[in-house]
Design a protein around this ligand. Structure first.
Ligand code: AMP
Ligand code: ZN
Length: 461
């Protein structure tokens, strides 16, 4: 039985989809105005693990993810500049060029991290019609009002507004005189913003209310319902979205469709932190995947690091931790490569037990760290045959996504191959002094040799 922690109820619940065997899954995607740092990418690894666990459980998953390429302002409170417009101005490019450029880099990073592609990727700028229709629906039902800068959602009209985030409405009301502007309530949010000076923004559209652009939250409500229907199973995102973005998505959608709950299960991934603080783009981010790669950390060692912390716990990042993950991942690779060279088989009674244990852990609200420990138990097992170990590793990797099936020795470069052969010759001629000299030479190049019954093997130190 798959259990997931639902932010709506703050409980682990048995997962039962609306339609038996099928899962409608929406995850909030990136705002494509800049590079995604490893904090953002931790969120996408979490989404990926969730999807893989659903697939492992035999569900057919329809996964939809958006690209925010318009409407996300520098402040979540509907103020400040549009992040994409700001980046376009700074880089002297078209808004669409900015969005495409960063979306492509994001896609490449996801591929390097073995993150499965969503079934549908939808861009906010390509769904303006749907967003306008959505706002119209809310207007017809009496949930909106107009100010000089846009159309707003009146949160006082929704009795249980802010339930998921346990928002303290009274506390907010008390402080409302601080910066309410024309808004009726502190928690009200923009559905449609007017262009300050039409013709100046790159991205603006005509609407029944005036030229402008959609608010940030409306895109996710409009696009998820377009592709997944008016009610669906799972919505995910980073924990920073609970209070504002997801709270407002719920408000719009439940008021528009009249269905409660609009989404059955809400899952949120905890932050990646550095020196005790949330890593955020506005503070300059941290590393990107390419930057880590340049420092000798292959992308999958970052994925391996993420697998070691439960998704609801913060991951405190440091290069030392990553170094530890890299070493474990290298060890895993070497063991797998060794197993692939062996042919022995012995299916002990523990074979099925390992499978059960693995399943129990992943089904317990994605306890991936414990599931990973089961893999290590398998690899350390003294009785189980190599073939059986590999079978289990391949099976578990449907969830881990570490590329275990593809693990093979690195391609040897010509000069290294020549040295390895030269050393073999020397050894055959019992010229051990020469063989040792070559071994030292290789070691200086970062190559370690290992004499195995199957012949000499090399790896990078
Ligand atoms: P953005 O591109 O800013 O819209 O963010 C993309 C995703 O990354 C969102 O789901 C955020 O919740 C998530 N996110 C942002 N910062 C972090 C962090 N430090 N750790 C984990 N997830 C994050
Ligand atoms: Zn969203």
């Amino acid at each position: 039985m798959l259990k997931l922690y639902n932010t709506l109820t703050r409980k682990k619940e048995e997962f039962k989809p609306i339609m038996k065997g099928h899962v409608g899954f929406y995850s909030c995607g990136p705002t494509v105005y800049s590079f995604q740092h490893i904090g953002n990418l931790r969120s996408y690894i979490f989404n990926d693990l969730l999807k893989r666990v659903l697939l492992y459980n035999g569900f057919k998953v329809k996964h939809v993810m958006n690209y925010t390429d318009v409407g996300h302002l520098t402040s979540d409170a509907d103020e400040g500049e549009d992040k994409i417009e700001k980046a376009a101005k700074k880089e002297n490019k078209k808004a669409s060029e900015i969005a495409d450029f960063y979306a492509k880099i994001f896609e490449k990073d996801c591929k390097k991290l073995n993150i499965l592609q969503p079934d549908i990727i939808c861009k906010a700028s390509e769904h303006i019609k749907e967003q306008i229709e959505f706002v119209k629906k809310l207007e017809e039902k009496g949930y909106t009002y107009k100010t000089s800068d846009g159309i707003y959602f009146d949160t006082s009209k929704m009795e249980d507004y802010g339930n998921m985030g346990k928002i303290d409405k009274e506390g907010l009301e008390a402080g409302k005189r601080v910066s309410l502007g024309e808004k009726k309530n502190k928690t009200d949010f923009a559905l449609w913003k007017f262009s300050e000076e039409p013709g100046k923004r790159q991205q603006e559209w005509a609407s029944p209310w005036g030229i402008g652009f959609p608010g940030w939250h409306i895109e996710c409500s409009a696009m998820s319902s377009k592709y997944l229907g008016e009610q669906f199973d799972i919505h995910s995102g980073g924990e920073d979205h609970i209070q504002v973005h997801h709270t407002n998505e719920i408000a719009q959608s439940e008021c528009a469709f009249g269905k409660k709950p609009w989404v059955k299960y809400w899952l949120h991934g905890a932050f990646l932190t550095f020196k005790g603080e949330k890593v955020s783009k506005s503070k300059g981010g941290l590393y990107t995947i390419s930057e880590l790669d340049e420092q000798g950390f292959e992308p999958l060692s970052f994925r391996y690091l993420c697998l070691n912390t439960h998704y609801r716990k913060q991951l405190s990042f440091s290069l030392e931790f990553l170094e530890g993950a890299k070493n474990s991942f290298e060890r895993l690779k070497n063991i797998i490569i060794d197993l692939k060279a062996k042919k022995d088989s012995n299916k002990t009674k523990d074979f099925e037990k390992y499978k059960e244990k693995f399943r129990k852990n992943i089904d317990d609200d994605l306890n991936i760290p414990k599931a990973l420990a089961v893999l290590w138990d398998v690899l350390r097992d003294k009785e189980l045959g190599s073939q059986e170990k590999l079978k289990l590793a391949y099976d578990f990797d449907k969830v881990f996504g570490l590329g275990i099936k593809e693990m093979k020795e690195e391609e040897i470069t010509e000069d290294i191959e020549a040295l390895v052969n030269k050393r073999e010759e020397a050894r055959k001629k019992k010229n051990f002094a020469e063989a040792d000299k070559i071994r030292d030479e290789l070691s200086k190049k970062g190559i370690v040799l290992e004499d195995t019954p199957q012949g000499v093997r090399w790896k990078r130190a």
